[in-house]
Every structure is written in structure tokens, then in C-alpha cells.
Design a protein around this ligand. Structure first.
Ligand SMILES: CC(C)(COP(=O)(O)OP(=O)(O)OC[C@H]1O[C@@H](n2cnc3c(N)ncnc32)[C@H](O)[C@@H]1OP(=O)(O)O)[C@@H](O)C(=O)NCCC(=O)NCCS
Length: 206
């Protein structure tokens, strides 16, 4: 049986399933050198690569290895970024999170909003116990977004990946379910609350 994709809504955003028609704007974002500086992969160069990326996003969900949402602004159903869980380890109720936002929209609190919704889904719908993130220690924006949502820096994985002809360190961050719940307790800001899941059914996958 095919499950319906879990659309998430926040005040300014709608997070929905990836579509082939997202390829062009995905290419603009994933093809930007500055955006990809600390991302761990080379910028995309062609529409074919962007289509492959969208297909990978969709496969992630259908295979159960994770789930990737396309971030859109409310009222404008087009790609402005993406966010999702991958490397889902069901036996350990653990997954890794990753995200990217198109440069023109940086520093408006949008990824914080998307991250809050996504974490709410992960912890409250998929019952995750731990969410982790691997971040280039030079990526101040990403570290800030995560730490503002309660992630803890656990340490540095030395020479962990070979990127652009050099071994690089990665910072390991994590957020546990109990920490998320403590932040989402009544009386805290609405921002810390979970997402509104607009789907009738839950997605397969993460
Ligand atoms: C990381 C990224 C998603 C942040 O998105 P964003 O929507 O601009 O982030 P927000 O506006 O929600 O900002 C959250 C916090 O980070 C801070 N921040 C944002 N960009 C920053 C930067 N370049 N340097 C330092 N702090 C930054 C904001 O001021 C805010 O802090 P505050 O809550 O104390 O005010 C975006 O910069 C991006 O897509 N980067 C390229 C892709 C990438 O590196 N992804 C992560 C891979 S691990």
C-alpha cells in the first residue's frame, strides 16, 4: 500500500514531497558555490544532476531509509530548500538530519521554523529517540540553527570525510527525545512546539 506523504505546515512554510518539477530551483540552490561551501558535496552543475537529486530524495522515503521534505513558502508552491532525516536506524530509534535553504532566504528564521516542524515529526510521529547531525565546524550558520533548537555538540570526528582533496573534521551534534520534550513543554514559546501534520496517513520511512 502506498502511504500518503506527511505534509507539515508552519507559520510561513509548507513542507511537502519532492517532485520532478522542483529540479530547476533545486539546481539553483544546490548549484550555488557559497551555499555548498560546507555541505560536503560538490555544487550541482546540470539539470540532470538535479533530477537525480530529486529522485534520491524520493527514494530515501520509499526505501524507508529516511524522508526528505521540500520546503516551500506558504502560498507559493515552489522549492526554496529541503530538509529531512536519513540513515534511519530503526533498532536504535535514531536518524541523522540534514537541510539546505536557498541563499536569498537566509537569516529570516526560516530554517529554524522548518527544523522545529521536522523534529516534531521525528520525535512525536516517528518516535525517534535521538537525532544527530554532522556539521563542518566552520559552518557557523548550521551550528547556530541546531544549537538554538537544543542540539548538543558531542565532539569532533577527526579527518572524518575526504572533501575537495582534503580530509576534514566534522562536529557531531545530537538532540535526545527527552530534551526535545522538555523544550516543548507547555509554557514555552510556540516556536518550540511540534508541527501541524496535515496528512491523513503517515509516510513509510523514517
Ligand atoms: C544553515 C542554513 C540552513 C541556515 O538557514 P537560515 O534560515 O538562514 O537560518 P535561521 O535564519 O533560522 O537562523 C538561525 C540562527 O542562526 C544564525 N545564523 C544564520 N546564518 C548565520 C551565519 N551565516 N553565521 C552565523 N549565524 C548565522 C541566525 O542569526 C539565527 O540565530 P538566532 O536564532 O540567534 O537569531 C543556511 O545558511 C544554509 O542553507 N546554508 C547552506 C547549506 C548548509 O550548510 N546546510 C547545513 C549542512 S550541515
Amino acid at each position: 500500500m502506498r502511504h500518503r506523504f506527511p505534509v507539515l505546515e508552519t507559520e510561513r512554510l509548507v513542507l511537502r514531497e519532492p517532485r520532478r518539477s522542483d529540479a530547476e530551483l533545486c539546481l539553483a540552490a544546490w548549484g550555488d558555490e557559497e551555499t555548498m561551501l560546507y555541505f560536503g558535496t560538490e555544487p550541482l552543475a546540470t539539470r540532470a544532476q538535479a533530477l537525480e537529486q530529486i529522485r534520491d530524495f524520493r527514494d530515501e522515503t520509499s526505501s524507508g531509509e529516511g524522508i526528505r521534505w521540500i520546503i516551500t513558502e506558504r502560498g507559493r508552491d515552489e522549492y526554496v530548500g529541503d530538509i529531512g532525516f536519513f540513515d534511519y536506524a530503526p533498532d536504535h530509534a535514531r536518524a541523522e538530519i540534514g537541510f539546505l535553504l536557498a541563499k536569498p532566504l537566509w537569516k529570516r528564521g526560516l530554517m529554524s521554523e522548518a527544523l522545529t516542524a521536522t523534529l516534531g515529526y521525528g520525535f512525536s510521529v516517528k518516535n525517534l529517540h535521538r537525532v544527530e547531525a554532522l556539521v563542518d565546524p566552520r559552518n557557523a550558520a548550521s551550528l547556530r540553527v541546531l544549537e538554538r533548537r537544543g542540539f548538543h555538540r558531542e565532539g569532533i570526528l577527526r579527518d572524518y570525510e575526504f572533501e575537495r582533496n582534503a580530509f576534514i573534521d566534522l562536529a557531531l551534534l545530537s538532540l535526545l527525545r527527552k530534551e526535545w520534550e522538555a523544550r516543548s513543554a507547555p509554557g514555552l514559546s510556540r516556536e518550540a512546539a511540534g508541527p501541524r501534520d496535515c496528512s491523513a496517513h503517515r509516510a513509510a520511512g523514517t
